[in-house]
Design a protein around this ligand. Structure first.
Ligand code: NAD
Length: 354
């Protein structure tokens, strides 16, 4: 199993170093994994004048999975658009054909106080949002600006999904639900949008191949409401790019802590790019303050979704749970009465647990 490791900028190198410690610990226990690092984002620009250098892209293509830290920082904010670190992320997703974004939102019992919702509403939360990443109104044509008949300026975009695009993301939704609690909720706006009518039809057709998964359909406005009213009713949610963009951010905030949340972006053969959902946090970079758990949990997702190594993934997740139960906290999740540790110490604690 070959992994391209792209640490990136800001806190990226610090948090990725902790995930590498964890993976190397498992390698000593028999996990067969090869890790190769390459510059990416601002670091790619510094080394080769390009946020996604040719050599980095080549490595990412050859690898079975890509593990990323985060990119960006004030130093790069004045660069022309094409050289900005964030363009590196957009380009690598496109080059690797990553069309499915998986974002779990898990609330650990020890962190229930970090959520803005009442403990009785969120405790035990464990849901997965699957968002289509490469289609929908973000990419649909025609799009643009024009003057209408009365001379007023107008902007327009096109919402668009084809059957194969819906089918492949639905497949990932059903397969993921089959591995979890076997409930899939497909979110659309079928009462208003033609695109959603096709979406619902195709999701239902794909569902016939997964009789073990209970499928339901929900309008996006209701889903936004249900996520704060009773989020535990969900196991897996599958939805399009626009609705998923909004719902996945809403869901992540249910857990209250950005430093805890991993993500995966997959292609049709489950090759994936794994990264924490947060950015490069320049305000705390280099200070041993960043929470590395989102990145460590991203590496667990990599073992589960690309390498089909559920056992190893479970070991990492259990170690993270135990470390929290033993009161280790980085500054972002610290509460009185717990043990405040730095980035490195948190990584070491997970390794010790393993
Ligand atoms: P951010 O996620 O980097 O930071 C937001 C806040 O959360 C900051 O206060 C930060 O200190 C805190 N934070 C983030 N991750 C943390 C962690 N692991 N542990 C503890 N605290 C953490 O978002 P931002 O400040 O809007 O963006 C900073 C830079 O990151 C920008 O250049 C932005 O473009 C980039 N960015 C990159 C990605 C990515 O690489 N995929 C995603 C989002 C933002």
């Amino acid at each position: 199993m070959k992994v391209a490791v792209l640490a990136g900028d800001g806190i990226g190198p610090e948090i990725v170093a902790q995930a590498l410690k964890v993976l190397r610990t498992l390698a000593r226990d028999g996990l067969r994994i090869e890790l190769e690092e390459a510059p990416f984002g601002g670091a790619g620009y510094d080394a080769h004048g390009d946020p996604l250098p040719e050599t980095t892209l080549k490595l990412a293509r050859q690898a079975d999975a890509v593990l990323c830290g985060a990119v960006g920082g004030p130093k790069y904010d004045t660069l022309p658009r094409a050289q900005r670190p964030e363009q590196g992320i957009l380009r690598i997703r496109k080059e690797l054909g990553l069309f499915a974004n998986l974002r779990p939102a898990v609330l650990y019992p020890e962190l229930v106080g970090a959520s803005t919702l009442k403990p009785e509403v969120v405790s035990g939360l464990d849901l997965m949002i699957i968002r289509e990443l490469t289609g929908d109104i973000y990419f649909g044509e025609p799009r643009g600006r024009r003057k209408n008949a009365s001379g007023a300026r107008e902007g327009f975009d096109t919402m668009h999904y084809s059957e194969p695009e819906i089918r492949r993301i639905a497949e990932i939704g059903f397969r993921t639900a089959a591995k979890r609690n076997k409930k899939l909720c497909s979110v659309d706006k079928e009462n208003v949008l033609e695109t959603s009518r096709l979406w619902r039809e195709v999701v239902s057709e794909v569902g016939k191949d997964y009789p073990q998964v209970e499928v339901s359909h929900m309008y996006v406005d209701n889903a936004a409401m249900q996520l704060v009213r009773n989020p535990r009713q969900f196991d897996v949610i599958v939805t399009g790019n626009l609705f998923g963009d909004i719902l996945s951010d809403e869901a992540s905030m249910l857990t209250g802590s950005i430093g805890m949340l991993p993500s995966a972006s997959l292609d049709a053969r489950a090759k994936g790019l794994y990264e924490p959902i947060h950015g490069s946090a320049p305000d705390i970079a280099g200070k041993n303050l960043a929470n590395p758990l989102a990145t460590i949990l991203s590496s667990a997702m990599m073992l589960r979704y690309t390498f089909n190594q559920d056992e190893w993934a479970y070991r990492i997740e259990a170690a993270v749970k135990n470390v929290l139960a033993r009161s280790y906290r980085t500054a972002d999740i610290y509460e009185a009465g717990t043990r405040k540790v730095g980035t490195n110490e948190m990584g070491d604690a997970v390794v010790a647990e393993l």
